[in-house]
Design a protein around this ligand. Structure first.
Ligand SMILES: C[S@@+](CC[C@H](N)C(=O)[O-])C[C@H]1O[C@@H](n2cnc3c(N)ncnc32)[C@H](O)[C@@H]1O
Length: 266
């Protein structure tokens, strides 16, 4: 019988998959092998206006083309590619050779197997770069991000995407880790799009580990930042890290909001 996925709220959302999909086991970083099957990019994309980047960075202001984006926790790249196509209004099979002059995405993930797959399957290798990076490793992060930015003579990204990753940072690095993660992104990106996982997903993720007979996440029981996670992240980014909430693009069918923030001096 098909097993119910009980990862990050999976299971509460009636998504079902064949058991072999679960074999990689714990996925302690949310590094699920087939993530986009149970959280498809389209759910998020339909909430995001395709002209968003053109509106935020109108050509006359974008003296320094291309627009540079950072996708943190890209998994196997399905959402990264979908975002790229969405914002450039590219259609399936269409390959626009000029696209990489408009938008360049640096996409990173802690899991090298997922990154290899992303590289192999990416239909726009000029527009998207995939790298293995533990974003919480400050030293490697600095080297790899600076090396990308310096190719364009820039020191910051125009926009960062943190899609369904905040919970994994929080569970693995605690309150301070989440706070530092958001602090760094707010200093590194002029705009930030965040899709926080709600608290019920934390419980589901912890339950899932227990069912697999594994240890709880180190920090799960000691987290003081809890409850309404979207609101908690808004508070941290606006009150502690000086960002402004520009808008909320509404909730996905998974009850996750898409929050857009702007640095106070973008
Ligand atoms: C649940 S998936 C989300 C994938 C994609 N962003 C999406 O929304 O479809 C979370 C991803 O974050 C990655 N991740 C977790 N901790 C990370 C870290 N410290 N540095 C980089 N990636 C990380 C995981 O490997 C996983 O692929």
């Amino acid at each position: 019988a098909p097993a119910k996925l009980t990862g990050e709220g999976i299971g509460e959302n009636a998504a079902e998959e064949e058991p072999r999909v679960l074999e990689p086991g714990a996925a302690p970083f949310g590094n699920f092998r087939h993530y986009s099957r149970f959280h498809p990019p389209e759910q998020r994309l339909r909430l995001l206006p395709p002209e968003l980047l053109r509106r935020l960075f109108p050509p006359e202001r974008s003296e320094a083309r291309p627009i540079l984006g950072l996708d943190v926790g890209c998994n196997s790249g399905d959402l990264s590619v979908a975002l790229y196509k969405h914002f450039l209004s590219l259609h399936d099979g269409e390959n626009c050779s000029d696209a990489s002059r408009e938008l360049r995405l640096l996409c990173c993930d802690i899991d090298p197997v997922l990154v290899e797959r992303a590289k192999k399957e990416c239909p726009f290798p000029d527009g998207l770069n995939f790298i293995t990076l533990d974003f919480m490793n400050q030293r490697t992060r600095k080297v790899l991000l600076s090396s990308f930015l310096s190719q364009f003579g820039r020191s910051v990204f125009d926009i960062g995407f943190c899609m369904s990753i905040t919970m994994w940072i929080h569970l693995n690095h605690g309150d301070h880790g989440l706070w530092e993660f958001l602090a760094h992104l707010s200093s590194l990106c002029r705009y930030l799009l965040v899709e926080p996982q709600p608290w019920k997903c934390y419980r589901a993720a912890a339950r899932r580990l227990r069912k697999l007979g594994l240890h709880d996440f180190d920090h799960f029981h000691s987290l003081a930042i809890r409850g309404d996670m979207a609101n908690q992240i808004v508070q941290i980014l606006t009150q502690d890290h000086g960002m402004e909430l520009v808008c909320c693009f509404g909730n996905t069918s998974w009850d996750r909001s898409l929050l857009l923030f702007r640095a106070s001096d973008p």
